[in-house]
Design a protein around this ligand. Sequence first.
Ligand code: ADP
Length: 321
Amino acid sequence: ALGEHRPLIRMDKVPAISKGGKGGLLTAQEVPTEILDLTKPPAIKYGRGRFLGKGGFAKCYEVIPDKGDTALACKIVHKNMLVKEHHREKMAQEIMIHRTLNHPNVVAFHSYFDDDFFVYIVLELCEKKSLMELSKRRRTITEPEARYFLRQICEAVRYLHEEKKIIHRDLKLGNIFISSSMDLKVGDFGLATQLDRDGLRKRTMCGTPNYIAPEVLSKTGHGFEVDIWSVGCILYTLLIGRPPFETESLKETYRKIKAGDFAIPKSNLSPQAKKLIQRLLQVDPLRRPTAREILMDDFIMKCFIPDSLPVSSLTMAPRFP
Ligand code: ADP
């Protein structure tokens, strides 16, 4: 039917909304142990499994559909968290963007639905957590591993930028998930935006990305290049063991970002790695390479990349033949 106006997240059963006043917040409501998707027949029943983690809004659980045996991840958001229209819009935006994506290096989107109390987003399960846990455990990783990861991140970013005109805007270690086969999956599209026309730049954004680019701080308009900046920060952090612009205060960090003031400490980093980091972390967004160009960089093209990584790389450096 033309123009479906049913809102993506219905709040009619949430007392705070139906009463039209405050003070009517739902009483504490536990996440159910059986989750029902009644969106369309046949109904799908999921059994709730182990707790995977929690973020600002969502709790994430492993879930098992009653038919089929592949475990999935389910992000569950209590509607109490969505009383503000603006939070509902952001959640709807995340769903609308994520549901259109289909790429081996992007967390697969299975379905979304809601009941009176919760919104559910069913996603591909990433069993090995994220690059954040890996980086904390290992502190630094070897260059072949960094190349293996960087190539997959850039495949995802190239897909988002070129094929979908989507800027992720919050690429960071914690948003890059790891599958059971040690493949990377970009996730969390909570700050993502889709450009309606090529080159039309975004002026504002709400939310503060972790690896924020200088042009976002100076509010001069930003585009796809902010993701490339983040990729530079990710590569730096994986290889050096700390973020490039880390200081004692946020103000000082922002000053350094706007000045492009970072140092590559004395290390046995290859010249190719140093050169690529410098290309990525340029203050002028137009000088940064595109995701496609990173994939053609010497660091990727002229150096050894393993075909796969052993699961043991989560805790210790692999030895390459
Ligand atoms: P945030 O609110 O910080 O963006 P999320 O709500 O996306 O975080 O997810 C909360 C936590 O759930 C994450 O930190 C992660 O540990 C876990 N998680 C999210 N998505 C998945 C997934 N697809 N597979 C496995 N774990 C996940």
